[in-house]
Design a protein around this ligand. Structure first.
Ligand code: GLN
Length: 486
């Protein structure tokens, strides 16, 4: 039982179905694991022990249901996703006391599939950041080395999965926030195609970029969770009516690497890539070639413009989305006010952290009438070019394969006071959100430093089944990186 917390979701689901372990026992195991590891890791903002045990008890009373793909499985949910009756802060003081009156679509789906929600995972405030250090509450720590960052903004989700506190988690990815923490913490994470998963009940950051997706300890576990949360939802006008394939069946039926053409975007393998990450990518490619795969060089010539383009668009959208926190309707309200204007100014100044305030101001600037053409409009045009380049590259191969982060996890505090350096860390992830395409991040090696290295497989829109099947083939081929010693 004691090592069960590192088991895969699929294997504990089997045990639950056979009644070799009960939902209550598994929930207790995870709560115990949280108790012993949280003081070092800080992965969670709220742990709902009572609620989780109650859910487990109800499930046990009803008995296992083979039609529920997450029956009895304890999971965590990024704190940007609304959970009815359970505090949802988005990592911000602004929403410190916010208890949502309804569940997000993805949470409704989790519950219907029989998942047990252990609590809400730590994150950068309003999902703005790459390390989870921007959480208004506390930083999260990498389970492979607690002096290092876990990545972000879904850092808490990645830590809770990598540390065996749960069997899967939901994160959100606006510019890499699922794939990058998954890579830095050694787990698997999928950013689905824009529109694949409903954002109903997900606190908005950059609405043309945000997607919800799973993090887990294996490719097939991610596939199982995406199968649960994907699908059309009339309450999100951007959610796609495109049918959801059975991802698990897709996994079982193929996965041969022979003849697969991996496109390597040359801009992702050049200057800026740390030597240990470059070596791990090269070794991975060698293994793939030995298994019969081919690699072809492709080019994404506007990669150099992706960071500027992304940050203009993301900040513009954030400035608009965050206008709703005005101290009037809900959220933090300053006590120290004299008139309407001071109510707005003080509530927003005191309720938001520094990075959020910076982005709101820059976002309002790039949208202002004098600068709109020079910044926002230009960024929208470059975004289209970036998307077209991705589609052209994907025409000459089956999928793209590239690193997720230019470096392994770095020390806490290293870039905390240098926003531009921090933004550079997203160089390999954010153009995918500009293009709206899906990406699967999976661990490929441990560096000599003992820290995980991840690579991402990128495909055409709605090609998640193909990414999962190739991801699983890679997972079978490459030596497992093991688990952090905690
Ligand atoms: N690090 C990026 C940002 O700060 C991406 C964050 C995300 O994907 N939510 O905007």
């Amino acid at each position: 039982m004691s090592e069960l917390f590192y088991a895969t979701l699929s294997s504990v689901w089997d045990l639950l179905q056979k009644k070799e372990v009960s939902a209550s026992e598994l929930t207790q195991l995870c709560l115990k694991r949280l108790e012993t590891t949280e003081p070092k890791l800080g992965a969670m903002l709220t742990v709902d022990a009572e609620g989780a045990l109650e859910q487990a008890k109800t499930l046990d009373r009803q008995g296992p249901d083979p039609n529920c793909p997450l029956w009895g499985v304890p999971v965590t949910v990024k704190d940007v996703i609304l959970t009815r009756g359970l505090t949802t802060t988005a990592g911000s003081r602004m929403l410190e006391n916010f208890v949502p009156p309804y569940d997000a679509f993805v949470v409704e789906r989790l519950r219907k599939a029989g998942a047990i929600i252990l609590g809400k995972a730590n994150m950068d405030e309003f999902a703005m950041g790459s390390t989870t250090e921007n959480s208004a509450y506390h930083a999260a720590h990498n389970p492979w080395d607690v002096q290092k960052v876990p990545g972000g903004s879904s850092g808490g989700s990645a830590v809770s999965v990598a540390a065996g506190q749960c069997f899967a988690s939901l994160g959100t990815d606006t510019g890499g926030s699922i794939r990058q923490p998954a890579a830095l913490c050694g787990c698997v994470g999928m950013k689905p195609t824009y529109g694949r998963v409903s954002r109903y009940g997900v606190i908005a950051y950059g609405s043309s970029l945000d997607q919800v997706g799973p993090l887990a300890r294996s490719v097939s576990d991610c596939a199982r969770v995406l199968g649960v949360i994907a699908g059309h939802d009339p309450r999100d006008a951007t959610s796609s009516p495109c049918a959801v394939p059975d991802y698990l069946t897709a996994l079982a039926s193929n996965g041969d690497l022979n003849g697969v053409r991996f496109g390597l975007p040359k801009e992702f393998y050049g200057a800026g890539l740390a030597s240990d990450v470059a070596a791990a990518c090269e070794k991975t490619l060698q293994c793939l070639r030995e298994a019969g795969a081919e690699s072809v060089e492709v080019s994404l010539p506007h990669t150099h413009a992706a960071i500027a383009t992304y940050y203009i668009i993301a900040m513009a959208e954030a400035s608009s989305n965050l206008a709703r926190y005005d101290g009037v309707r809900y959220g933090y309200r300053s006590q120290n006010i004299t008139d309407l204007e001071s109510l707005y100014v003080k509530s927003r100044t005191e309720g938001f952290g520094q990075e959020v305030r910076r982005r709101i101001m820059l976002g309002a600037f790039v949208l202002s009438s004098g600068y709109y053409d020079a910044y926002y409009k230009k960024a929208a045009q470059v975004r289209r070019i970036i998307r077209d380049e991705y589609l052209a590259a994907l025409d000459s191969c089956d999928v793209l394969l590239c690193p997720v982060s230019p470096v392994t996890a770095w020390p806490l505090g290293q870039h905390a006071n240098d926003p531009l350096k921090m933004y550079l860390m997203d160089a390999y992830t954010l153009s995918l959100n500009l293009a709206g395409l899906p990406g699967l991040s999976l661990p490929v090696a441990l560096a000599a430093s003992g820290l995980p290295i991840g690579m991402q497989i990128i495909g055409k829109a709605f090609s998640e089944a193909q990414l999962f099947s190739l991801g699983q083939a890679m997972e079978n081929l490459l030596p497992a990186i093991g688990q952090p010693k905690l």
